[in-house]
Design a protein around this ligand. Structure first.
Ligand code: HEC
Length: 113
């Protein structure tokens, strides 16, 4: 393949990747209600945040090139996003409901920078 064609193929591939979001998981409203009924513990949420979210959303949720800043976001929004994995974000519906509630409480408790 000529170099021009190779570059064109690469561009088409990249554009397709950027324009096609990974399919979001439909919201499991039962699981969402279960998590929202729990009382999240912000202190307990720090460790699972570090393990699951920090690589994209950064230390204290201030954001990185791979994920937007999310410090102080509302708990209901954080829970919904964790359960649906919009765009290029993975879905975290396999975590224990209490852990989801704790991570949401931790992120909600952080100050935006
Ligand atoms: C692989 C990188 C990655 C990981 C890991 C990740 N996220 Fe995300 N997150 C993203 C991206 C990318 C977006 C933007 C999604 C979109 O296209 O709407 C996002 C969006 C969000 C949003 C919504 C932001 C907005 O303004 O709409 C919240 C809240 C969020 N993430 C929370 C979390 C939490 C909590 C975790 C850990 C359980 C986590 N994320 C793990 C990449 C990631």
């Amino acid at each position: 393949m000529s170099r021009v064609l190779a570059v064109a193929a690469l561009l088409v591939g990249l554009t397709g990747c950027l324009l096609t979001p990974h399919s979001d998981t439909p919201l499991d409203t039962g699981l969402y209600a279960e998590v929202m009924a729990l009382s999240g513990d912000p202190v307990a949420g720090e460790e699972p945040y570090e393990a699951n979210c920090r690589r994209c959303h950064g230390r204290e949720a201030t954001g990185t090139l791979r994920g937007v800043p999310i410090a102080s976001y509302d708990v209901d929004e954080i829970v919904e996003v964790m359960l649906t994995g919009p765009g290029h974000m993975p879905t975290f519906d396999d975590l224990e409901p209490q852990v989801v509630a704790d991570i949401a409480a931790y992120v909600n408790s952080l100050e935006p920078q």
